[in-house]
Design a protein. Structure first.
Lengths: 115, 114
């Protein structure tokens, strides 16, 4: 499968713990995005990278959230001191800039449950 | 700020019925528009997109959407739905030439009964 891969698929954690999610984009895609989706809502933008540069961060991304894409390939999203309100599906997507065929490819997501 | 409204939260149809899902956006500049579909247990997939040109856009699986600039709308249509179209549908907007993020609507859940 050459799509966007996200790990783990599910994560249950206790409030106050740190969690880290990984996203492996399509190899030829230079842009990578993180979104969060809660029940009954559409995906909400969190942040995106072009290569290793983080170009935009949403105000939704509090100080407890950090994302990295160190070598311009895979990315990690870390949430520190998790809260119950962080429970959501975290989606990763990738795309290629400059091709004229804009459209994200989404991964299956990581479902986080904070108990 | 950009926003997207999908007024139909839940639509129930019988097979062969026609479908129209509403999408209105709020943005004063040039936009790119998208419809994504999420089948049960699967990831979001692109149905169709509009960048420029012919405002009637055809996508996969017989779906089409019409961009009406004066109404800030991008409604999704299908003449005859199938049970396999049961899914959640999301409209999204992006500022053309601007930031690369997509703004999604809240989605419309479509249930098609045989």
């Amino acid at each position: 499968d050459t799509g966007v891969s996200q790990n783990p698929r599910h994560k249950i954690t206790k409030r106050g713990q740190n969690v880290t999610f990984r996203c492996d984009p399509i190899s030829e895609h230079n842009r990578l995005y993180w979104y969060r989706q809660t029940l009954g809502q559409g995906p909400e933008f969190l942040t995106y990278f072009q290569n290793e540069a983080q170009l935009e961060k949403s105000r939704l991304l509090s100080d407890r959230f950090s994302a990295e894409r160190p070598k311009g390939s895979f990315s990690t999203l870390e949430i520190q001191r998790t809260e119950q309100g962080d429970s959501a599906m975290y989606l990763c997507a990738s795309s290629s800039s400059g091709t004229g065929h804009y459209g994200y490819t989404f991964g299956s997501g990581t479902r986080l449950t904070v108990v | 700020a950009q926003s997207v409204s999908q007024h139909n939260h839940h639509v129930i149809l019988s097979e062969a019925a026609s479908l129209e899902l509403g999408c209105n956006y709020s943005y004063g500049g040039t936009v790119n528009l998208f419809w994504y579909v999420q089948y049960p247990g699967q990831h979001l997939q692109l149905l169709l997109k509009y960048f420029s040109g012919d405002p009637l856009v055809k996508g996969i699986k017989g779906f089409e959407a019409e961009f009406i600039k004066s109404k800030f709308s991008f409604n999704l249509r299908k003449p005859s739905v199938q049970w396999s179209d049961t899914a959640e549908y999301f409209c999204a907007v992006k500022s053309a030439g601007g930031t690369d993020k997509l703004i999604f609507g809240t989605g419309t859940r479509l249930q098609v009964f045989p």
